[in-house]
Write a protein that binds this ligand. Sequence first.
Ligand code: IMP
Length: 443
Amino acid sequence: MANLVIVGTQWGDEGKGKIVDILSRDADVVVRYQGGSNAGHTVINQHGTFVFHLLPSGILYRGKTCVIGNGVVVDPASLIEEMDGLQAKGVKIGRNFVVSERAHVILPYHKAIEKASEQSKGSRKIGTTGRGIGPSYADKMARIGIRMGDLLNPQLFRRKLEENVAEMNTFLERLYQMEGFQVEKIFQQYRGYADRLKDHVADTTVLLNNAIERGECVLFEGAQGTHLDVDCGTYPYVTSSSAAAGGACTGTGVGPTKIDGVMGIAKVYTTRGGGGPFPTELLDNVGGGLQERGKEFGATTGRPRRCGWFDGVVVRYATRVNGLTSLAVTKLDVLDGFKEIKLCTGYRYNGTLYKDMSADLQVLTDCEPVYETFRGWATPTTGLTSYAKLPPQAKRYLARIEEVAACPIDIISTGSKREETIVLNNPMAPKRRRPMAKSRRKR
Ligand code: IMP
């Protein structure tokens, strides 16, 4: 069995939850490596619908160890609420769940600072999820962050909290004319969280590397997507963590030599939750149709998502910066019934054709997408489990996605349920990768 990273290739919301859920069956350990409760992964199985914000969805399987890695920022209240909700539905959460002592904590002042900062930006706001993610990572980088392990040490926690609250209150009161926070109130509240979570906090670098030494199989679960990565994404319209595959190493303490493959998740069209450039965005009723059929509303925020055609430039860039070994494409069924479907292969800006993602937001904002047009298909693909049964037009469209994205497709999702999936190749099984063109010929 292989150690595999799962990463979003677009701006998040690619349907990673379902793919992680399917692949978790073959994993021994599932680990989240970045982000926080800004993420929202929906899993639908025979027991119901489950929305995950922090916990790896592998928790739904018995006998798997689920880990929150050091690269995640943890809002303890949100974590406890999620644990309670799952336990109420009969999910066992005991020694099978471990959170890194090195993971940073989200505190109430992080959310307040984020809200004030977003408001002050006006039309240039990022459109964050309001979960305190950015300010918590900012503290981490400024080397004043409070970690899960610190919560378990009352003296250390109080000292750090006193220093931070003094600094944050100055910031809030002077810059934003907002009321500051009281140390004692936060201290008591978070000591309560620490009591509840203490048995789950450990050195997860030991746990993960020992598991790999024993030959166990680890699934690294990315949240958000490549273009929201703080380094590789459409900066500054990004989240504040390393959502791309590199984050799997820094966010867990597992070295790159231990990872066997990286699977990118791509929706067969494109969506974006917050602000920022989106070259293939459709502001007409075609975009509205994708939004309605794809139920494109944020699992965390409830906000409607912006929708557009599949952008090959976006996904090809994701293939490159993540070193993708294969793709899982999701929501094929949403395109059922469209008369024509477009796929973007490049951008035209000021007379120049761009085949690669530009770092210049002006280019991405004002460019004209170059499209190839495909005939749609009349027969529904919803729930199909066999590639052979796909309409020929859908096969052609998917083959072109493989070519433009420069990556072979291993999995095709045809509905929201676990079983509504076509598995062409299980990436958790260690195999030499087949060349792309050859793999398509075989089908
Ligand atoms: P933050 O992560 O809350 O700071 O938000 C920064 C940007 O990332 C905003 O555009 C959010 O909409 C976006 N974002 C954060 N988490 C997700 C996610 O799970 N799915 C999609 N977009 C997200």
